[in-house]
Design a protein around this ligand. Sequence first.
Ligand code: SAH
Ligand code: MG
Length: 216
Amino acid sequence: MITDERIVTYLHSLEQPNSEFLQKMELYAKEHRVPIIRKEMESFLRVILTVKRPLRVLEVGTAIGYSGILMAEYLPEGGTLTTIENYEPRIAVAKENIEASGYTERITLLEGDAMEILPTLAETYDFVFMDAAKGQYLNFFPEILRLLSPGGILVSDNVLQEGELVESRFAVTRRDRTIHSRMREYLHMLKNHPQLLTSIVPIGDGITMSVKVSEN
Ligand code: SAH
Ligand code: MG
C-alpha cells in the first residue's frame, strides 16, 4: 500500500457504488483473482475521460473487460474503445461481458500480444490506458507514443507497485526486482521525455498521466 491504510479506507468510503453490472464483475474478479483497477483509478479515469472527451481510446490489458466497460460509459457520442488482451481464458470472459454490457458497438477487443498488435495499428488515439504486464510498459512505449495523437493522454496503472518500487532490492524477489527496475526506468523516461508532460499520482497502486505536447 502506498498511502496510509486509514486514508485509503476513508477515500474508499467516499466512493459511490458502481452499477449492478460492474459490481457483478467486481465480485467475479475477486473470486477468480483477476486484477482490476482500484477505486482511485476508477474515479480518476471517469474524471479525465469527461474532461478530455476522447473519440478514440486504446487500452492495453483488457483482463475480463472491467475497466474497458467502465471507460466505455464515459466516452462522448461516437467514441470508441479498442482493447488488447492475450490471455485466452480472460478473452473469453471479456467477450461475454462486453456483449452483456451492451457496448459491443463501442468496444473492439483485439486478441493477441500487444507487442505484435500495436505495430499493426495505424490510426491514432486521443487517450491510451496502459494496464498490461508491468515489466513490458517500456517495450510498448515507442508504439504507444507513435499512436498518441497530438494532445493525446497516456495514463499508466500500477507504476508504484504497492510502494515496493522504492524498497531495498534485497527485500524483493528477483522477478519483482526486474519489474521494479524496469518500472523505475519507465517513470524516469516519462518524466524526461521531450514530447511528454507527465504527472505521477501516488494513489491506488500509482498512476501516471502524460500529455503528448509535441510531435518531435
Ligand atoms: N485493465 C483491466 C486489468 C488488466 S490486468 C481492468 O482493470 O479491468 C492486465 C492484463 O494484461 C492481464 O489480463 C494480462 O493477461 C494482460 N497482458 C499482459 N501482457 C500482455 C501483452 N503483452 N499483450 C496483451 N495483454 C497482456
Ligand atoms: Mg492495473
